[in-house]
Ligand binder design. Structure first.
Ligand code: ADP
Ligand code: MG
Length: 240
């Protein structure tokens, strides 16, 4: 589903991604960990062309993202993304947040979109917030709406960039639970996270990025219990 070969990213003089190779299979759940500033977000953002690729190949869902001729809107319609901040449309109810893209971009009728959206709200445990304004919800509830909104486009791949980092600790669990359920249903997911417990439990593969390079990757067991790279071990000793 994702094929990345020798990906480099420069921001002016700074060489942020320095040759990343990575293939991700359908239904795989990959957690990306690593120190702040190591290039995790940039790596994720290159997958749906929120950042341009400086060098190398990035193929996502059959779209050659590095190719200037690729229809990036079509690519992004098939890739859901959830950020640290919730980014809900503040002037729309929860339900309307979920209706907009499917109606505008998928050509769904309102009735069809409402039925689908209600199913998604049930899935994230927020059926009772259907007509609420985003500002009346807790951060965790807003983030669950953001996940539902991304799912409303029926993406074949979901990217998460530290989806729980901005939340109060007691709100993190509900969001992780929604993501865990998605993983169980077979959604392909790439998740940048500092939640090591979650990564250990849910990931099929953990990728450790430092200094713009994949320093080490493996099963959660391999990475958390027997890291081979001293950088991985040192990072884990600080966060575990
Ligand atoms: P992480 O998500 O691992 O914390 P990022 O991918 O956000 O790291 O950033 C990696 C490096 O790239 C950092 O040094 C950051 O300052 C730099 N960077 C990220 N985005 C930009 C940008 N738009 N312009 C310039 N530098 C950037
Ligand atoms: Mg980041």
């Amino acid at each position: 589903m994702i094929h990345i070969k020798n990906l480099h990213k420069h921001f002016g003089a700074s060489h942020v991604l320095r040759g990343i190779d990575c293939d991700i299979q359908p239904q795989e759940v990959v957690c990306v960990i690593g120190p702040s500033g190591s290039g995790k977000s940039t790596f994720l953002r290159c997958m749906n062309a929120l950042e341009s690729v400086s060098e190398g190949e990035v193929e996502v869902n059959g779209f050659p993202v590095h190719d200037k001729k690729t229809d990036l809107n079509k690519l992004r319609e098939s890739v859901g993304m959830v950020f640290q901040r919730f980014n809900l449309f503040p002037h729309m109810t929860v339900l309307d947040n979920l209706l907009m893209a499917p109606m505008a971009l998928r050509g769904m009728s309102r009735a069809e979109a409402v039925t689908y959206a209600e199913g998604l709200l049930a899935k994230v445990g927020l059926s009772d917030k259907r007509d609420a304004w985003p500002s009346s919800l807790s951060g965790g509830q807003q983030q669950r709406v953001a996940i539902a909104r991304a799912l409303a486009m029926q993406p074949s791949l979901m990217l998460f960039d530290e989806p729980t980092s901005a939340l109060d600790p007691e709100l993190v669990g509900d969001v992780l639970e929604v993501m865990k359920n998605l993983a169980t249903e077979g959604m392909t997911m790439v998740i940048v996270t500092h939640e090591m417990g979650f990564a250990r439990e849910v990931a099929d593969r953990v990728i450790f990025i430092d200094q713009g390079i994949i320093q080490e990757q493996g099963t959660p067991e391999q990475i958390f219990s027997a890291p081979q790279n001293p950088r991985t071990a040192s990072f884990l000793s600080k966060v575990l």
